[in-house]
Design a protein around this ligand. Sequence first.
Ligand code: DGY
Length: 320
Amino acid sequence: MEKAHIYITRKIPEVMLQPFQSAFSFRMWEKEDEPVPREILLEEVRNADAVMCVLSEKIDEEFFLAAPKVKIVANMAVGYDNMDIQAAKRHNVILTNTPDVLTETTADLGFSLLMAVARRIVEANQFIKKNQWKNWSPLLLAGTDIHHKTIGIVGMGRIGEAIARRAKGFNMDIVYHNRSRNKEAEERLQAIWLPFEQLIQEADFVVSVIPLTDETYHLFDELAFKKMKDSAIFINISRGAVVDEGALVNALESNQIRAAGLDVFEKEPIASNHPLMNLENVVCLPHIGSATKETREKMMALCLENIDSVLRNQGPKTPI
Ligand code: DGY
């Protein structure tokens, strides 16, 4: 019998495929750091029974029409704004993502970014490397305290909670906003639910962990930044498009807020001449929230396990 065929849209280590080699045939895009061109993707998926993709691929109506045999598309990310869920339903295709395995890693990065911005770590590193350090001085690269401040978490899901646990260790007060209240976080972490408007006014650190949906697109707009404290630090580790970047640049340039730490951008990769890159009070990272070797391997493995399970008619492990 012919083996089921799986297409992988980005190069991953061959060793990850080994446990599945006897059951399936694989093809994958040859580059690790470049997305597969759309026309090649659409050609490759023609005979695929399953696809493992990353967030640069749009899994939409056009994709499903080009992939008539596909039973499952496994997204190597917890976020799935790159996938059209209604189109998948119409075509009877199962979608999966990679929750849980990346929670702690992404929270580590989010909290590191918060700390880096508050304590001006990137600026300080550049300061020495550019040979600008002449003497100790009382306010040299003075940042702002983290401990005993208020962290406002917008999106108290798994990653939001993991950030709140870290914040607890720094004796921070935790406020959060979700559409529905997270009673467990309230009990375990003494987190207080606030309406969005109130949270952005009260928090010293506003941390966006909210998924991108039609409702959250440009949630952080001109008005939102105006309402924040002028000492506020804004951190975004969810999706770039929850922020109106033009409004963020204005807010930073006009000192409406103090600083920002961004792991995600409206358009990725962001251009190195983007106005955000000229601002000293911004720390930018190339969407590396879950990027540790251990976690990325777990994400790859989970995608393949989902595919394996669906192709064996046992249902997905982590359906969307
Ligand atoms: C996710 O999982 O959604 C991240 O953004 C990529 O790891």
